[in-house]
Design a protein around this ligand. Structure first.
Ligand code: HEM
Length: 422
């Protein structure tokens, strides 16, 4: 895909409708920003009852995104990493997981959580990924066509997180719907045609319902421990540390929203790109293991499922010649850094053999680097292996139905067809 030529004075990332424009326009806008205004400032708009803030700076080059990631003492996450607007304090109950924390709080939580991901548990999860992927393909194989997003890509990551945490199967749909509301908040398909004030209510309700489920599960595990992650997180670690109930609830919500939509969108964009480039699909099928590592990285770079993350400046700093002041909001525009022409040759080309591929799809090097990166890589790889082995002619049909969002590069629906296997 070659980007449009978009002049700087036509670019307003806050403009109503910008995020509904064709991808070629969007890519063109960021190409211009990288070249002409690598640290560009935009006005904020009101978000429901939250009044418009003072504006935000967008870091569109890889160099600046890496600098910000590596200097968390300057670029803080505690005032909110996942939204441009400053969210009201009640949001922190459910959405204030460690992605929205700085050290020392962040380091403490990340240590407890990372310690729970023991090699034994990761091995078990790997086996589950293969089992769930096989089951997902079983369910569509005889049909010859499906909605690839809802019937394939969305099912694997959701089920894996639910299984890891020990969510009972009859609650999976409940979890799926609430996580859709949280990440699809800008799109009427997930929250209905509601006014902006009700949107905040819908988000809070979804968060509270997920937190309620987690509280219920933790209570059960205290009486009846199992070998799931929930049990591990409420059991003191080697240093006697456990997550509080509130921290456990917000971690659960974070895992769901961070691990679900992202991986789902990577898989959906992946099949779409492989359909647009059948020769690459064939190449991967012919030597699956040989290309798996680079293909998965390219899918994540190309899809950039997380478009940006926010930081707030703790001190003044100068980036690409622009002076920024303490207290200002700065967006690490991962999707743009992943197209930086000074880093990637032919950045707009999809190439499953791309090497090197130092993308920031999972975030930059720093304390918030994606905790689930290895799990996500495995899920993407195993899903394609299963699809290619059993439905090798699977391909998408038509254009993706994209999510309206400046934060998640989402695909809501995408038709796929294949020769049925009974
Ligand atoms: C293709 C799939 C995925 C993508 C593109 C992705 C992307 C990201 C990005 C960009 C961040 C950085 C946040 C920042 O800079 O502030 C992040 C953090 C995080 N991700 Fe992922 N993620 C994916 C899958 C997953 C999965 C499967 C899980 C868990 C099951 C997960 C859990 C997390 C958590 C807990 C954090 C917060 C880490 C922290 O703040 O210390 N992610 N992810």
């Amino acid at each position: 895909m070659e980007p449009d030529l978009v002049p700087l004075d036509r670019i307003d990332l806050s403009e109503d409708g910008f995020w509904d424009r064709p991808r070629t326009f969007r890519e063109g806008a960021f190409q211009t920003l990288r070249r002409e205004a690598p640290v560009a400032k935009f006005d904020e708009v009101a978000f429901g009852p939250i009044p418009a803030g003072p504006g935000y700076h967008v870091l569109s080059t890889m160099q600046d995104v890496l600098f910000a990631s590596k200097n968390p003492q300057i670029f803080g996450s505690a005032q909110g990493a996942t939204s441009i607007a400053d969210l009201p304090p009640e949001f922190l109950d459910f959405f204030g997981g460690m992605i929205n924390m700085d050290d020392p709080r962040h380091a403490k939580q990340r240590k407890i959580v990372s310690a729970a991901f023991t090699p034994g548990r990761l091995k078990k999860v790997e086996d589950q990924v293969a089992e769930v992927a096989a089951k997902v393909v079983d369910d569509i194989a005889a049909k010859g066509s499906c909605d690839f997003v809802t019937e394939v890509a969305a099912r694997l990551p959701l089920q894996i997180i639910c299984e890891m945490m020990g969510v009972p199967e009859d609650r999976w749909e409940f979890v799926f719907e609430r996580s859709n509301v949280i990440l699809g908040a800008g799109d009427p398909e997930y929250v209905g045609e509601i006014g902006p004030d009700d949107l905040i209510g819908a988000l809070l309700t979804a968060g509270a319902e997920l937190a309620g489920l987690m509280t219920e599960m933790a209570e059960e595990r205290k009486v009846d421990p199992t070998d799931d992650l929930t049990t591990a997180l409420i059991t003191p670690d080697a240093d006697g540390e456990v997550l509080s109930q509130d921290d456990l609830n917000s971690f659960f919500v974070l895992l769901l929203v961070a691990g679900n939509e992202t991986t789902r969108n990577a898989i959906s964009h992946g099949l779409y790109q492989l359909t647009l480039h059948p020769e690459q699909k064939q190449q991967w099928i012919e030597d699956f293991e040989g290309h798996a590592r680079t293909a998965v990285e390219e899918i994540v770079r190309y899809a950039s499922p997380v478009i940006f993350m926010r930081r707030t400046l703790n001190e003044d700093v100068t980036l690409s010649g622009t002076d920024l002041k303490a207290g200002e909001k700065v967006m690490l525009w991962y999707a743009s850094a992943n197209r930086d022409e000074t880093v990637f040759e032919n950045p707009h080309a999809f190439d499953i053999t791309r090497t090197p591929n130092n993308h920031v799809g999972f975030g930059g090097p720093g304390p918030h680097f994606c905790l689930g990166a290895n799990l996500a890589r495995r899920e993407i790889m195993v899903m394609f292996r299963e699809l290619f082995e059993r439905l090798p002619d699977i391909h998408t049909v038509g254009e993706p139905d994209y999510l309206t969002s400046n934060f998640v590069n989402g695909i809501k629906h995408l038709r796929a067809e294949f020769t049925p296997v009974v």
